[in-house]
Design a protein around this ligand. Structure first.
Ligand code: B12
Ligand code: SF4
Ligand code: SF4
Length: 230
């Protein structure tokens, strides 16, 4: 198995390979871990074609269900195992794995930043191979956040959900965020995606479209809004 074959097989699904690394023997069973993610419109298009909008309310996590079905097929074709970022707790440490695979950096509001995709990318799974596969060198650019003096991502949230507290990573007020998105006042976040993420000048070409942003926000609210007491 070579890296290019893995890339091509994953690309045929609408998802993309996000690098990989060779885990230690005491971490996971396998010699090579390859991360799979999404950026740009292709994954959303493939998901939309497979799972029509009017059937998405029947499943609390339709994108995860689709991902698992597709990546299980890819893993079987490539003779690999598959791990997923969802389904916890406990969760697999995908962000730590991504930093290890290289090319991305922590950002002050939480999501990892990529020099091309900005904050508009996510991880869908990991393929684990029990053989050693040669991996290309990841891009070695500095974090875009280092040279971003104003850090507009930290000031753009209408509910001040991010409290930098002078640390490298802001505290995130999940309750305030979810309450705002669920309210008509939060329509901009609901249909256009997180304003803090959108304030970042990097990766503007990859900002999720309205349908994808609304899908993520609707599911985020449905899965995190406390049940009404009335
Ligand atoms: C639980 C969870 C949440 C929770 C809690 C998040 C929180 N901030 O506490 C909720 C539901 C609120 C949430 C919300 C969102 N999430 Co979330 N979430 C997860 C999930 C499922 C598990 C995280 C976890 O507990 N991992 C376990 C620990 C042990 O793993 P870890 O990788 O080692 O985690 C370390 C890193 O996160 C690291 N780290 C991360 N950032 C930074 C920054 C600095 C400076 C430092 C030093 C360290 C650091 O610290 C952790 C502890 O070691 C992950 C998927 C996954 N499996 O990782 C997605 C994930 C982190 N979420 C993701 C996203 C996109 C979001 C949202 C933006 C979604 C949205 N609504 O638009 C929001 C915003 C979150 C935010 N601002 O932090 C993406 C991030 C993608 C990316 N580009 O990095 C992930 C990876 C899911 C995915 N499918 O890609 N999330
Ligand atoms: S706005 Fe600046 S600090 Fe915030 S994520 Fe983007 S580059 Fe990093
Ligand atoms: S989605 Fe809206 S309310 Fe939530 S953190 Fe982003 S900007 Fe703030």
């Amino acid at each position: 198995m070579d890296f290019q074959t893995i890339k091509d097989t994953v690309a045929a699904t609408g998802m993309i390979v996000r690098g990989g690394f060779h885990p230690g023997a005491d971490e996971i069973k396998g010699q090579t871990l390859v991360l799979v993610g999404n950026a740009g419109p292709k994954m959303w298009q493939a998901f939309s074609d497979a799972v029509p909008a009017d059937s998405r309310d029947q499943d609390p996590h339709p994108l995860d269900t689709w991902t698992k079905r597709v990546l299980e097929g890819v893993a079987a074709d490539l003779g690999a195992g598959a791990l997923y970022p969802f389904g916890g707790p406990p969760y697999q440490p995908f962000q730590s794995w991504a930093v290890r695979a290289g090319g991305v950096h922590p950002s002050p509001t939480g999501p990892l930043i990529d020099a091309e995709f900005g904050l508009w990318h996510a991880y869908r799974g990991a393929l684990v191979f029990d053989t050693h596969i040669d991996l290309p060198e990841p891009p070695s650019h500095a974090s875009p956040c280092e040279s971003c003096a104003d850090k507009p991502c930290l000031d753009a949230c209408p509910t001040d959900a991010f409290d930098p507290k002078g640390s490298e990573r802001a505290d995130y007020d999940v309750k305030a965020c979810v309450a705002h998105i669920a309210d008509p006042a939060g329509r901009d976040c609901f249909t256009g995606g997180c304003l803090a993420r959108r304030a970042c000048p990097w990766g503007r070409d990859y900002v999720y479209g309205t349908e994808q942003a609304t899908f993520h926000m609707k599911k985020f609210v449905a899965n995190h809004l406390p049940p009404s007491s009335s």
